[in-house]
Design a protein around this ligand. Structure first.
Ligand SMILES: Cc1cc2nc3c(=O)[nH]c(=O)nc-3n(C[C@H](O)[C@H](O)[C@H](O)COP(=O)(O)O)c2cc1C
Length: 190
């Protein structure tokens, strides 16, 4: 199935082109690439510029890879272990009440920087917080927000049948459904 993303008003092409694939070419990212991704991510705005984020990573095949591989849940492990790096995005609950919101913004920056570098990202909320805590040695105030698979996009044919069918760009609600001038319409508040 071929789906082309379009927008009803013009936006930078990166927003339409970025997507979260499951097929990755199984080759390691370099430390320099991860540094570039996180350099971009940490320019994200945050409440009072607290920058309440931390990125812990393993490169495919390095000394931490096996331990990081245990963090995603079984459904995600089916595909994400082909990625070139796994990054656990943490936020600091002590920094501000907006720590999750700020970390989410940083994730968005990272995803778009990866796209600009010809790489793909796929965030996962499906992971074990306990496993993340023990692998990373997390204190109570550091919250694991998501695990991010990063790598060079692979061919969908490398995926199991059920995942291959889902390897298409997702669409979005119409703009009118998520944007209102003035008060929020009853269709949204009901
Ligand atoms: C916080 C967060 C958690 C997600 N968790 C998962 C997950 O556990 N497994 C998965 O396959 N995709 C996961 N996704 C990917 C979303 O399903 C995907 O971003 C969404 O369907 C939109 O598709 P797109 O990113 O290709 O535009 C997650 C995305 C985000 C932002």
């Amino acid at each position: 199935m071929s789906i082309t993303r379009t927008s009803t008003v013009p936006v930078h092409p990166q927003f339409l082109e970025r997507m979260s694939p499951r097929a990755f070419v199984p080759e390691a990212l370099s430390t320099a690439q991860v540094e570039q991704l996180v350099e971009a991510a940490h320019w994200a705005p945050s409440a009072s510029n607290k920058q309440p984020w931390h990125f812990a990573y393993a490169l495919r095949g390095d000394a931490s890879w096996e331990a990081f591989s245990r963090i995603p849940n079984e459904a995600n492990r089916r595909w994400c272990l082909n990625a070139g790096a796994l990054i656990v995005l943490l936020s600091d609950k002590q920094a501000s009440g907006k720590h999750s919101f700020d970390a989410g913004c940083a994730w968005g920056y990272l995803a778009l920087q990866a796209h600009a570098m010809g790489l793909a990202t796929h965030a996962m909320g499906g992971f074990s917080a306990d496993e993340a805590g023990s692998v990373l040695g997390l204190p109570e105030h550091l919250s694991a927000e998501c695990v991010i698979a990063v790598g060079r996009r692979g061919d969908a044919s490398t995926l199991p049948d059920d995942l291959r069918e889902r390897e298409v760009p997702s669409l979005r609600k119409p703009l009118a459904q998520v944007l209102s001038a003035g008060a929020v319409p009853a269709s949204i508040t009901a």
